[in-house]
Design a protein. Structure first.
Length: 111
């Protein structure tokens, strides 16, 4: 049994495909990550959506009631957030989170 929600994974794939983006899927953080140009966009870990929003949107993202620091190492990773399932139940909410990850990933140089 995968350590992530297959239905959520498919919703993210469809969102990215609708925008003509072709991410690479990579096993990471005990789940799956979606990468653009070698940079992390978002991922799945158990019931969490992981989003790399970047340092400029970090405080704003953490103000969301369903987001929290990504701290799987015991220390928060600045610019990265976990979003609980209540924060992405709605397709519009999921789209906003994934778009933030896309926006930041595309600011970075390709790897």
């Amino acid at each position: 049994m995968p350590a992530y929600d297959e239905g959520l994974m498919q919703r993210i794939r469809e969102f990215l495909a609708d925008r003509h983006l072709s991410p690479v899927e990579k096993k990471m953080f005990g789940g799956v990550a979606f990468m653009l140009q070698g940079n992390f966009v978002c991922g799945l870990n158990q019931d969490n959506l992981v989003v790399r929003v970047g340092p400029d949107r970090y405080a704003e993202a953490l103000a969301h009631p369903h987001a929290r620091e990504m701290d799987f190492t015991g220390r928060p990773m600045k610019g990265w957030v976990y979003v609980s399932s209540a924060g992405y139940e709605d397709d519009e909410d999921l789209a906003q989170w994934v778009q933030q990850g896309i926006d930041f990933a595309l600011l970075l140089p390709p790897k």
